[in-house]
Design a protein around this ligand. Structure first.
Ligand SMILES: Nc1ncnc2c1ncn2[C@@H]1O[C@H](COP(=O)(O)OP(=O)(O)OP(=O)(O)O)[C@@H](O)[C@H]1O
Ligand SMILES: [Mg+2]
Length: 600
């Protein structure tokens, strides 16, 4: 045996036998685990922390090797680091690599491989550590604070698997209050341990909790949930949205139109959130109901953890769009039609492909002339049928080139417009105040619609929402003056980079809305299996990204936090990487139950 294996044997023996009493004393310090994994090592390598590069390697004791995984979190104390007697400092780090290195002359080129006397005792198992933060513990005040890593730990210092969830929380900068997303995990195993995993929360300062001045809620900095089909995007999202629903108020500027109409003097009011969900598969409607598979014991356990549980009942209202030949079959809903007036000032909504400039200008002129005939006092409403007739009779007075007029007619007439506009007894405009009620979850199911019809209906609806949110002098100050989280499942269908004018128009509006989200209290929550298709500008504004399991060909085309791009392809249902503002990307395991009904 060489000197170094003697050292190891001495240390190994120490751990098992004589150190008992000494460890009892260390237990008094709450920030460290009671057992070390090994120690900071120097042999054959350098130990350094620099501005751009750092290298910290730990030797792992033989009996600790099997349980360790890449991604595990460890801490290393800095003894006598501060001159304050009541302060301790530890380095929080993640295991970046696990590696065997020979420490004697190993020859495993022999018959019988593992049965020869070559084995763990001849090998060092070393762990490359990725330093995250220094966490300072003030024992008198019992507070933890986080600092950047500005020095290496001492060679020989014990390395502990992290057992104190608060060190982990502070070191990773995970908020201690907020919206519950899931529990922290490494390779699917909860950390620090199964019984008491660290809850991962999204920052959500609000007026109800008296924390509104502590920064911007993550919801108004936009979220993306991406994952392959069946990986649990909708399940995960229902659980998150249930946490965001109804109970918190946020400060918002009262729009001038509303101040005027209601004689309001305040510039800022504290208002409940409207959570507005676009539901292409009629799944979010189920958030009204309890999950019949969730036992009362489990529900209580979750509530004790601070997780909101249970169907939303009347706090969730359903508004389904009707078209010419499709009626929703869901119970207890209100139906609305898309009025042709949504096209006023938005000729793009009538364009499924890009026309030449003269045609586009002519379409704009025709629509301006048509809508110009209705003033505020008029009892007549513009309708699509009326527009078609009017165009036939008057088109040549507005457009005096026959070819251009024919091109205009080809584009603005067609069965899809007959199907979409002006159906049902109540229009989107009439329901706007009810739909954007504060403290309400509004779900718009479109499972009864198909193809281009569904698309046009939703593009019109989303344009109505976003323009009323970002414009000035808006028609519906209810939308502008309400803090709102807009959830779009299958978001790649509507928010992708495209040259189709209709979608492009919406995307441009959304880009602007996403930029102004914090000011206007407008959050976008996108759910998709094709994150690579979402418009880049919108993605850039999306600060929280939750990646569930994804196929390798998609991982290649998007930016996944680098420690996870290999592993994400093997993720099980509910296993996710969460990348949130100011927080290091980490693995999180979402709840295996849905806190509301999810029947599929
Ligand atoms: N963490 C989880 N644990 C156990 N079951 C889950 C988990 N997440 C999802 N499931 C179940 O897996 C199924 C698929 O989940 P979900 O509908 O959320 O997938 P999805 O990613 O939205 O799929 P799609 O792309 O088809 O919309 C559902 O039955 C759901 O209840
Ligand atoms: Mg889904």
């Amino acid at each position: 045996m060489t000197d170094s294996t003697d050292d190891i044997a001495a240390k190994y023996g120490n751990q098992d036998s004589t150190a008992g009493e000494a460890e009892e004393e260390e237990m008094a310090d709450p920030v460290l685990g009671d057992d070390s994994l090994g120690h900071v090592a120097l042999k054959d390598s350098q130990l350094f922390v620099g501005r751009s590069e750092m290298q910290i390697i730990a030797y792992i004791d033989q009996h600790e090797r099997d349980g360790l995984r890449v991604g595990n979190y460890v801490c290393i104390p800095y003894p006598d680091a501060t001159t304050e007697p009541n302060e301790d400092e530890v380095l929080l780090a993640a295991i970046d690599r696990l590696e065997y290195r020979p420490i004697t002359e190993v020859n495993d080129w022999v018959d019988g491989g593992g049965y020869s006397d070559f084995g763990e005792q001849n090998l060092a198992y070393v762990s490359h550590l990725d330093p995250i933060a220094i966490v300072k513990h003030d024992r008198l005040k019992d507070t933890l604070t986080r600092q950047t890593v500005d020095r290496p730990p001492k060679p020989g210092e014990d390395v502990h698997l992290i057992e104190d969830e608060e060190i982990l929380r502070v070191g990773l900068n995970i908020p201690s209050d907020g919206i519950y997303i899931g529990d922290m995990a490494v390779s699917g195993d909860f950390i620090p341990n199964d019984e008491n995993p660290l809850t991962y929360l999204l920052s959500n300062p609000n007026s109800t909790d008296g924390t509104a001045d502590e920064g911007e809620p993550a919801i108004f900095r936009h979220l993306l949930v991406a994952g392959s089909t069946g990986k649990g995007k909708t399940h995960f999202s229902k659980n998150i949205l249930r946490q965001c629903a109804v109970s918190k108020q946020y400060p918002i500027e009262v729009p001038p139109e509303e101040q005027e109409a209601f004689g309001i003097d305040d510039d800022i009011r504290h208002r409940y959130l409207n959570l507005f969900v676009i539901d292409p598969e009629d799944e979010y409607v189920e958030m009204r109901d309890d999950n019949p598979g969730l036992s009362p014991e489990k529900a209580r356990e979750l509530e004790d953890k601070g997780v909101a549980v249970g169907g939303l009942d009347d706090d969730l209202q359903v508004f389904a769009p009707v078209t010419a030949n499709s009626q929703p079959t869901l119970d207890d809903i209100r139906t609305f039609g898309i009025p042709f007036s949504v096209v006023e000032n938005r000729p793009q909504l009538l364009l499924s492909s890009r026309p030449k400039d003269p045609t586009f200008n002519a379409i704009r002129n025709v629509l301006n002339a048509y809508f110009g005939r209705f003033d505020d006092d008029s009892n007549d409403e513009p309708t699509y049928n009326d527009f078609e007739t009017w165009l036939e009779l008057n088109g040549d007075q507005i457009v005096n080139n026959d070819n251009i007029l024919a091109a205009v007619e080809r584009r603005v007439t067609g069965p899809i417009y007959d199907r979409v506009f002006d159906h049902g007894s109540t229009s989107l405009d009439e329901y706007t105040n009810d739909m954007f009620n504060r403290g309400q979850v509004t779900v718009v199911p479109t499972g009864h619609l198909r193809g281009e019809t569904e698309k046009l209906v939703l593009l019109a609806l989303m344009t109505h929402i976003v323009e009323n949110k970002i414009d000035t002098g808006v028609e519906h100050p209810q939308i502008k003056g309400t803090p709102m989280l807009l959830c779009v499942d299958e978001a790649h269908e509507y928010l992708s980079s495209t040259d189709r004018p209709r979608e492009q128009y919406l995307v441009q509006n959304f880009r602007q809305a996403a930029k102004r989200g914090r000011k206007d209290k407008f959050g976008l929550y996108m759910v998709t299996q094709n994150p690579q298709d979402i418009d880049d500008e919108i993605l850039k504004q999306t600060n929280t990204r939750i990646y569930l399991g994804l196929q390798p060909e998609i991982v290649e085309r998007i930016r996944i936090p680098s420690d996870y791009d290999d592993r994400i392809v093997t993720f099980d249902k509910g296993q996710a990487v969460v990348d949130a503002p100011d927080v290091r990307p980490v693995e999180v395991q979402g709840l295996d139950v849905c806190v509301t009904n999810h029947s599929n």
